[in-house]
Ligand binder design. Structure first.
Ligand code: BGC
Length: 738
């Protein structure tokens, strides 16, 4: 009835009337059905084929040979100049799909596509994960959604939730660390924030895209139970919390099949077991077929491959693909547009952006996500520290960001570090936002004599440090999409610089701007280490506030920092060739190879527990300017597991603790099952209860095709980090399955 009514309207009225009539139907499913049924087959196919939203030919400059043929086009009319564009189906009121990257802000790779278009640059998603604060993640998403909307984008390619299995992976800064519960909660909350602004968000890259090396060809091999309990669990939690309109399938193969044509991933798990109602889009160049991909569950083909979907109409006519499958794929896109509110509140370029409020969100994330790894008392900077030497890391100019498709060109300007770069690599060189920690520190400490040395000569820097009350070395390590790091160390001789300065003055603070763990051969020589990740738009002031103690650090590590690569499940990155590293992986031709995961579901800290290995810094670790005591644990079993304990601020300042509950089902390693982020005044105590997320108590039984909770005794501990075991108890679960 409804269908006939809308169909009639569409035939006899203008677009505006039809759109208004559709808007009166409140149910997104019914509205989407009506809209899709009003589309012709050609129109339905049209919404399934994304083209590049920018054309390099429009730049009018000679293009390097490494640029693929598919990118040698002009910007399509109507496209805003971004990652992806699908024309509108105006007749039925379906707007154009304007897709922008990514999780850290409204991207503008290289800054040369939409010249001069800047955006608020959030800290790395790792920093967001380090906050252990889903509410803040939601605020970050809200900010990002608002900005995307105001710039005319209605799809944000955000929601990177691949677990850190490889701490040299060049894209870890875009993801939320190694733990499925933490990553799922943080990314899910961010997605919900984006979508609250009527912009569809993705989650990506589904799944097991754990390394960039050979990302277009490698075969990630992991058994089903382990997969369900780790990487898929992160997606499941993120989808549950964020309800993203779309899932982006990954480049890699998984157990032999390309992720974008994996019947297991897309058909069985995502659309079957999880009953996911949104659409699956391929990563840019990740689709490899037409009928098999559609059959497995791919709904939309992205640019840079094929284009296989060009043959879709002919395939329907030949009977290889059913018209129902095409309709279903189009329906899923249209449904997400309705469900997220894209149709009722269309994004248009030129909207107002409250840049100050947005910068403030970025600063809050930076402040809450910085992790104080070591402190022998040199921080916060004492009032008596009058002679301060700041060294290196371009701290006089700004702060580093991660590279690749997620690159945001920050408000306030930037500069690129072109050291060792030419051709396309120079265009994509590391970007520093002009938010100077040195200037911010000077503003907060007008009483101090603060000098800067660029760190180019370790001996000179060390000599100057000798005469200073405190030396602060800024160390930066660019990371980027498409390539993994050669080793977990600092480039450009910065390890030697820190060692020299630390030897000259033990009151040396190291501020790390990295997107991954690094080894710290100089650790015993320095007084403090502050992990600032890529701290975003307001990184400079945020770092200065933490150094001076205006704000106490409260971040906790979302990934284990290993003491050496020998501790890792894969001491060498499979397929890695140090001589074949290209920005975005462009032109890096490699033969297919397997990536085995001996750690199974025991990712990160669980692998360290299994191997009884001692990391450099554990998952969950982070200091602040006060201390906390734990006491009076009461553990409860029964239907679920919970822990109640008393937390006391035993130090001299207000501070924030992230108390963590780890639970081990019988015979398994401990898993983070919940946490509480608690701020207490000096001397204040609070009773805290953490209820274990039931998803972390279960294990996947492949034979039964179901999650099972083993009955029996669950070992649990509450504490400051994985393995810290401040309070230990056992709780018995009475039930044996769910
Ligand atoms: C990346 C995606 C990104 C897409 C569009 C791909 O290379 O892997 O994360 O969303 O490009 O820019």
């Amino acid at each position: 009835m409804l269908k006939r009514f809308v169909g009639l309207l569409l035939m006899t009225s203008t677009l505006t009337t039809a759109g208004a009539a559709l808007a009166q139907v409140s149910d997104p499913d019914a509205r989407a059905r009506a809209m899709v049924d009003a589309m012709t087959l050609d129109e339905q196919i049209g919404v399934l084929r994304t083209q590049a939203g920018f054309g390099l030919l429009s730049l009018g400059v000679p293009l390097p040979a490494s640029i693929p043929e598919s990118m040698r086009k002009a910007t399509p009319p109507g496209a805003l100049g971004s990652a992806g564009y699908v024309p509108a189906v105006e007749r039925v009121g379906m707007p154009a799909q304007q897709m922008s990257d990514a999780s850290l802000g409204v991207g503008n790779l290289g800054g040369f596509i939409r010249r001069g278009d800047e955006a608020t640059s959030l800290p790395a998603t790792l920093a967001l994960a380090a906050t252990f604060d889903p509410e803040l993640a939601r605020a970050a998403g809200d900010m990002l959604g608002a900005e995307a909307h105001a710039k005319g984008f209605n799809i944000q390619l955000a929601g990177g939730v691949n677990l850190t299995r490889e701490p040299r992976n060049g894209r870890n800064f875009e993801y939320a660390g190694e733990d499925p519960l933490l990553a799922g909660q943080i990314v899910g909350a961010q997605v919900a924030g984006i979508q609250g602004r009527h912009v569809v968000s993705t989650v990506k890259h589904f799944a097991l895209n754990a390394q960039e090396t050979g990302r277009f060809v490698h075969d990630a091999q992991l058994d089903e139970a382990a997969l369900r309990e780790s990487d898929l669990l992160a997606f499941e939690i993120a989808i549950d919390r964020g309800r993203p309109g779309s899932v982006m399938c990954a480049y890699n193969r998984i157990n032999g099949d390309y992720a974008c044509e994996s019947q297991f991933l897309l058909g069985k798990v995502l659309k079957g077991d999880w009953q996911y109602p949104g659409w699956v889009m391929s990563d840019w160049g990740a689709s490899h077929s037409l009928a098999p991909a559609l059959k497995a569950g791919l709904d939309q083909e992205s640019p840079q491959d094929g284009p296989y979907f060009d043959g879709l109409k002919a395939a329907v006519e030949r009977g290889e693909v059913s018209p129902e499958r095409v309709r279903d794929a189009a329906y899923r896109i249209v449904r997400s547009f309705h469900a997220v509110g894209v149709i009722d509140d269309p994004a248009k370029p030129g909207g107002a952006i409250d840049k100050d409020a947005h910068a403030e969100v970025a600063e809050r994330v930076a402040l809450s996500g910085m992790v104080l790894l070591k402190n022998d008392g040199v921080l916060p900077l004492a009032a008596t520290a009058r002679k301060i030497l700041v060294i290196g890391g371009f701290a006089d100019k700004g702060v580093l960001s991660g590279g690749g498709s997620s690159q945001v060109m920050p408000y306030g300007g930037h500069f690129t570090d072109r050291r060792g770069r030419d051709g396309i690599a120079a265009i994509l060189a590391p970007v520093y936002g002009l938010s100077s920690p040195l200037a911010a520190l000077k503003a907060l400490r007008p009483d101090a004599d603060i000098q800067f040395d660029d760190g180019g000569d370790p001996a000179r820097a060390a000599a100057l440090a000798k005469g200073a009350d405190v030396a602060i070395v800024f160390a930066t390590r660019p990371e980027e999409e498409g390539m993994d790091a050669i080793a977990p160390d600092l480039p450009y001789g910065q390890d030697a610089l820190i060692a020299a300065v630390g030897a000259a003055n033990p009151r040396t603070v190291v501020v790390l701007e990295t997107g991954n763990p690094i080894l710290m051969p100089w650790l015993s020589k320095v007084g403090a280490v502050l992990q600032a990740w890529y701290p975003g738009q307001r990184g400079g002031p945020a770092i200065a506030k933490v150094l001076t103690g205006e704000v106490s650090p409260s971040g906790r590590l979302p990934m284990t920092f290993p003491a050496g690569v020998a501790q890792l499940p894969r001491p060498a990155i499979p397929g890695f060739d140090p001589n074949n590293r290209k920005p975005l992986g462009l032109g890096a031709k490699v033969a297919p190879f397997a990536v085995p995961f001996p750690e199974g579901a025991d990712v990160g800290y669980r692998w360290f527990e299994r191997r009884k290995a001692k990391p450099l810094f554990a998952f969950g670790h982070g200091l602040t300017y006060t201390t906390f005591g734990y006491s009076k644990l009461a553990a409860k079993g029964g239907e679920g597991v919970s822990a109640t304990f008393t937390l006391t601020n035993t130090g001299p300042r207000e501070g924030t603790e992230v108390a963590q509950l780890y639970v081990a089902p019988p015979g398994r390693t401990h898993r983070l099952a919940g946490w509480a982020r608690v701020t207490l005044k000096p001397g204040e105590s609070r009773q805290v209860t953490i209820v274990a997320d039931p998803r972390l108590l279960a294990s996947y039984d492949v034979k039964a095709g179901a999650w099972r909770r083993a009955g029996g005794s669950y070992d649990l501990y509450v504490g400051k980090a994985a393995g810290s075991r401040d309070l230990v108890a056992k709780a018995s679960l009475t039930e044996g399955g769910r």
